[in-house]
Write a protein that binds this ligand. Structure first.
Ligand code: NAD
Length: 473
């Protein structure tokens, strides 16, 4: 069944004369149609956000917290409906969709507890100087297709807590759950404070270039991030960019092979590898390389790839055709160059749905495309190293710097290695854990600024310093 969804502008659900189709990647069927918003809808949404900003920015922070908690509550109360819809449009298995929906509710509730106190710079006989935080204004939020709900909520929550209003654009590939959420929250959020508009990719540059938007918060590819930075430079909009990554894991020789094999597998294959912080290069010490690669391959052979809505599926399809073709192209390139496969390697899957079989490569060279590029698919290259220094320098030889992991029986040693990695987040003996209270952001070309934590919240504010001379004029 094809359902027509509406966009949220100024507290009203609206549609447009032309609509965009949304496809279920598991069977390539059209499952929804969404508004194709353009300049007119964007202007209306921005004007509504600007009007709402006048009162919202003056609304006490405790009241703003309540609205974010109500959004969190709406997600929680409707989790069952939302996670099924998320699987249908994104492809991830039900269990992972439940985690995303549950995570979006939990992360936004946690972010609602963040504070924005004034800071005293000087309190002397001569003067009192304090820094207060004022909201930047109207925010444009642009979201990718891999974690559509989590990414939307992680932009809406801090924007609202800080006193900003927002116009948010989901990816044209995965707008359905976000629009359903828009409908669910439209009566708990004052009109104009949150606007959610859908459209083609071409709507993105209109947001970036809109003269009445003050800040862009973007999650997506590094390529698009650069365009956003360029577009935002025209009127010096504030920007936060969460971009791509080619995250490395380093497995030290003392790691327990049986214990880490399954975790390493999921650090790469969660959401069919379509995670910015998935392990995309795994460096294993030569002493345990053969045993560990065999254990990972053995585990992989029992993992079911299929429709995320079917019981037993652990890895779903690639979310869209363009990405599906790109992942197959990378695997084909590895084949053409004679790289060895431990598992998978099929570049001509048959049937409907964007399924890529689980693929694990055996020690491809560092300059193989499958190693050097962000694969964003169910593909994992395992590489052998001899010394820890060598592994660190290979891990760091990337234009990206999003996240990484170290696996070892000696956590002190793990921290020592972690501190040498050039990434915004490094885990020791775990993966993908993000805290609502810790800044998450990329080094190098993986980003600009941070989300989450106090640091993430401050990105939605300007500092304003009020200095009062003690002696009256
Ligand atoms: P993408 O850059 O193609 O698209 C992201 C969003 O930007 C979409 O909403 C799209 O419509 C919009 N867009 C496209 N062109 C635009 C333009 N010129 N100006 C403004 N907006 C534009 O990314 P994607 O393919 O949706 O997502 C995959 C990428 O996102 C991967 O590289 C992944 O690593 C990255 N990602 C990063 C994080 C992070 O937190 N660092 C999280 C998730 C995904």
């Amino acid at each position: 069944m094809t359902t027509a969804y509406k966009a949220l502008i100024d507290g009203q659900m609206i549609d447009t004369p032309t609509m965009l189709d949304v496809v279920n990647p598991a069977n390539e069927e059209v499952i929804g149609r969404v508004p194709s918003c353009g300049e007119d809808e964007l202007d209306t949404a921005v004007a509504a956000a600007r009007r709402a900003f006048k009162t919202w920015s003056k609304t006490p922070i405790d009241d703003r917290r309540k609205v974010v908690q109500a959004i969190s509550g709406a997600i929680k109360d409707n989790a069952d409906e939302l996670f099924r819809l998320l699987t249908a449009e994104q492809g991830k298995p039900h269990a992972q969709a439940q985690q995303e929906i549950g995570g979006a509710a939990a992360m936004s509730a946690a972010q609602s507890t963040l504070t924005l106190e004034d800071e005293i710079n000087e309190d002397s006989d001569t003067r009192l100087s304090r820094t207060r935080r004022v909201p930047v204004g109207v925010v444009g939020g642009i979201v990718p297709w891999n974690f559509p709900v989590m990414m939307a909520v992680q932009k809406i929550a801090p924007a609202l807590i800080s006193g900003c209003t927002i116009v948010l654009k989901p990816s044209p590939f995965t707008p359905l759950t976000t629009l359903r959420l828009a409908e669910l929250i439209k009566d708990v959020v004052p009109a104009g404070v949150v606007n959610i508009i859908t459209g083609e990719d071409s709507l993105g540059p209109l947001i970036t270039g809109h003269p009445d938007i003050d800040k862009i918060t973007f999650t997506g590819s590094t390529e698009t991030g650069k365009k956003i930075m360029e577009g935002a430079s025209k009127d010096l909009k504030r920007i936060t960019l969460e971009l791509g990554g080619n995250d490395a894991s380093i497995v030290l020789p003392d790691a327990d092979v049986e214990k880490v094999a399954e975790q390493l597998f999921w650090s790469s294959f969660t959401n069919a590898g379509q995670v910015c912080i998935a392990a995309k290069r795994i460096y294993i010490h030569e002493d345990i390389y053969d045993d560990l690669s065999a254990a990972i391959a053995e585990y992989a052979r029992h993992v079911k790839v299929g429709d995320g809505a079917q019981q037993g599926t652990a890895v779903g399809p690639i979310q869209n055709k363009k990405q599906y073709e790109r992942v197959l192209e990378l695997i084909q390139d590895a084949k053409d160059n004679g790289h060895k496969f431990l598992v998978g390697g099929d570049t001509d899957p048959t049937g409907t749905g964007y399924y890529v079989p689980i693929t694990i490569l055996d020690n491809p060279p560092e300059d193989a495309r499958i190693v050097a590029e962000e694969q964003f698919g169910p593909v994992m290259p395992l590489m052998k190293f001899a010394t820890v220094d060598e592994a660190i320098s290979r891990a760091n030889a990337s234009e990206y710097g999003l996240a990484g992991a170290v696996w070892t029986a000696d956590t002190d040693k793990g921290v020592e290695v972690a501190e040498q990695m050039e990434t915004g987040t490094v885990w020791v003996n775990e993966f993908m854990h993000l805290s609502p209270f810790a800044p998450f952001g990329g080094h190098k070309q993986s980003g600009f600024g941070a989300e989450y934590g106090k640091e993430g919240l401050l990105e939605f504010t300007y500092p304003q310093v009020i200095t009062v001379k003690r002696e009256a004029a």
